[in-house]
Design a protein around this ligand. Sequence first.
Ligand SMILES: [Zn+2]
Length: 61
Amino acid sequence: MTKHLACPFCGAYEVERLFVASIHMDSCHCSVCGSAWDEDTGGHYRARGDGGSVLVRRAKR
Ligand SMILES: [Zn+2]
């Protein structure tokens, strides 16, 4: 149980999580600083270099 409960960017706990079964990751969004990132099911940080979540990138196509 080492999941990140706080935003890795600003440390706030106002983080929304959405588990995405198709990619086995949590898509996280901080409602304080607006950052978005992904974590795998083990709680490992998986943010992309471009600073967006994979969901956002897919939505743009
Ligand atoms: Zn934040």
